[in-house]
Write a protein that binds this ligand. Sequence first.
Ligand code: ADP
Ligand code: MG
Length: 266
Amino acid sequence: MFESFYGLRHTPFTRDIPTEELYIPVMLEETLERLEYAAQRQWFAVVTGDCGTGKTTTIRRITAALSAAKYKVLYLSDSKLTPRHFYKGLLEQLGCEAKFYRGDAKRQLHREIELMRGIHHVKPCVIVDEAHLLDREMLEEVRFLLNVKMDSESPMALILVGQSELWDRLRMQTYTAIRQRIDLQCKLQHYDRSQTGEYIARHLTYAGSEHDVFSDGAMDVIYQFSGGSARLINKVCTNCLIYGAINKRRIIDDHMVRLVIQGELE
Ligand SMILES: Nc1ncnc2c1ncn2[C@@H]1O[C@H](COP(=O)(O)OP(=O)(O)O)[C@@H](O)[C@H]1O
Ligand SMILES: [Mg+2]
């Protein structure tokens, strides 16, 4: 509804913004390059960041950037992941029906990966999102994946993605064996004030807006409220656009943002 009032072709501030339309500040550009390198070298990488800082979006982008002829990305995001579901999920994405027993499924997966690498020359890249929710047993299982050496190289790239507490856990003594295997660590940061403004502008450009909608003062308040978390910026901006359209206000100022935050988001 607010789209027509502001003359927008697409809805801004949603999760399904196409990967080629994302806001890519220098820090994200660097993270993407490092992750591409990790995929190429078949490394073990850990990506952490607070809730809403763009971890899953980063994974979407890197998946789109990796050539399908050279890489096979296997993505899992399941908070209740058990070892059996883990192998089943990966095998399903390879078009295989998983054997029932964990040991059998594991051997089956290794065989498939060997085929993929040896015969098709495709590099597997396993990404586990929401990895801060994995229990200890599951984290160990994930590590075992890397243990089988096909040749001198690691059998696959493995990227664990999770909220900052994933890194706090990996730093504990009990996880030393896993931690020592990590080749690359990336931490996603919150946006600062100027990135928050650029982020908002990027979404509006994608949506097809022809003029600025949020005043500078409005963006200051959005930044204060969101702390530079992309997900919270989306939430405030969407609520402001709805409010602005109902009240026929082309420009959203700081006063309106405060009203919306107080009325709907606090
Ligand atoms: N670089 C970006 N460009 C545009 N939108 C983004 C970007 N990063 C995150 N977003 C938006 O912010 C929301 C939250 O990002 P998400 O990747 O789900 O965060 P996380 O996985 O860290 O919790 C997404 O729905 C998406 O719309
Ligand atoms: Mg996520």
